[in-house]
Ligand binder design. Structure first.
Ligand code: ADP
Length: 397
């Protein structure tokens, strides 16, 4: 049994899943303990549940037909027995597989036990005292491995929780900073305007009021986007998926944007694409964010939008010929609050592209950026094509 001890010690010092580790121990113990089947059962909500099963010798080929000792496990897990021996001595059938000898052992100290180890020998020999002792050692190893795995799992859960809490703390501190900046401006300029000991000419007053107005807009925009992003992250933003065509949506949003901004120069290169399952309000929001960014970061530069498809995806490409984004910032621009250092004084929250990505991902799609400094920026969106009954084709907008 020394080999078995050594195998156990080795597996304990390597981060193996408990099943792999136990399997190694079982293989090593085989030379000391004859067993055809080794099965581990745990107490589940619907009775005993096999969580490990190994066929070692005889009856390996007939795994589906033989008895795996679930009755024995039941006596341990539900009958609160710590040791069950069952021997089939009948001689009516010469097939060994029809004569299983069972040794069942409780593998933990709980009352009733939560884990049972069942060893099966087909056609004997019966389990002797020494076999039972070896079986107990095996059960003890099993208990160590399972307890260790449980602890590991708990530790991982705790670490995930800790990470989440840290993110939340970062979020709160970033948010308070983001809110404080516009509030500071608003407070400063209103205090200046209200001072009794100062006289402001009309132009200065207007300039101050304009700054206040812009900062209030920024606050409102920040709050709106924060709410959206929080809802998107917690999956509580409702999506209303319907059959729709992306090329039609691009046309609609572009017309709206051009009516709002007469300087905007947009080229559309759209091919009629297959229907998708999408939330048209949310997808419009994605496009509006891209338009808003193009206006802010590439003012006056022409925009081109293309659409096409292959067998799996419908694609939308949104390009501007603006200043572009430096390569070192590109990997981060979809992260919450990330803003690349600005050459213009464009205001923003760093939430727009995060929201775009979340919306696209909620559609099982992808969004990427390709950009070269001085040449422009391209956002590539892909959304899964959906197959639609032909009769419905005409009804889609
Ligand atoms: P915001 O515009 O509020 O800062 P976004 O999440 O929409 O936040 O964008 C993140 C960053 O990506 C921006 O701060 C900007 O640096 C960069 N960016 C986005 N779109 C463009 C673009 N079309 N051209 C250049 N830079 C862009």
């Amino acid at each position: 049994m020394e080999d078995c001890f050594l195998a156990c010690l080795e597996t304990l010092s390597t981060p193996l899943p408990w099943r792999t580790a136990f399997d190694r121990i079982v293989q090593t113990a085989r030379s000391q303990l004859i067993m055809d089947h080794v099965v581990v059962y745990v107490a589940g909500t619907h009775g005993e549940e096999a969580v490990f099963a190994r066929a070692l010798g005889r009856a390996r080929a007939a795994e589906a037909d033989v008895d795996w000792g679930s009755d024995i496990a039941h006596q341990i897990l539900h009958g609160n027995q710590r040791l069950v021996l069952q021997e089939d001595q009948s001689t009516s059938d010469t097939n060994r597989e029809k004569h299983p000898f069972f040794l069942g052992l409780a593998a933990d100290a709980a009352q009733p036990p939560q884990t049972a180890l069942v060893l099966v020998r087909f056609g004997g020999p019966p389990f002797q005292k020494a076999d039972i002792t070896r079986g107990r050692i095996l059960a003890a190893f099993l208990n160590i491995l399972r307890t260790q795995a449980e602890k590991q799992q708990r530790l991982q859960n705790l670490e995930a929780l800790e990470r989440q809490m840290r993110l939340q703390e970062d979020f709160v501190s970033t948010i308070s900073h983001e809110l404080r900046t516009p509030l500071g401006f608003i407070k400063g300029y209103t205090t200046s305007l209200l001072r009794n000991d100062a006289q402001w000419d009309e132009n200065t007053r207007r300039e101050f009021l304009q700054i206040i107005d812009e900062e209030v807009d920024r606050l409102a925009d920040l709050l709106e986007k924060m709410l959206e992003s929080a809802r998107l992250q917690s999956n509580t933003l409702e999506m209303n998926f319907q059959w729709m065509r992306l090329d039609a949506l691009i046309r609609d949003v572009t017309v709206r944007e051009m009516t709002r901004d007469h300087q905007l120069e947009v080229t559309l290169a759209l091919t009629a694409t297959s229907p998708i399952r999408g939330d048209s309000v949310r997808l419009s929001q994605v496009l509006e964010n891209l338009f808003s960014n193009a206006r802010k970061y590439a003012p006056g530069a022409p925009v081109t939008i293309r659409s096409w498809q292959d067998e799996r995806w419908v694609y939308l490409e949104f390009s501007d010929q603006g200043p572009g984004i430096a390569p070192e910032h590109q990997p981060f621009i979809f992260e919450r609050f990330y803003r690349a250092p600005q050459t213009t004084h464009a205001k923003g929250t760093g939430l727009g592209l995060f929201i775009c990505r979340e919306i696209i991902q909620a559609h099982n799609g992808k969004i990427q950026v390709h950009s070269s400094l001085g040449e422009g920026t391209t956002f590539l969106i892909q959304l899964p094509r959906a197959t639609l009954p032909p009769a419905q084709e005409e009804k889609i907008a």
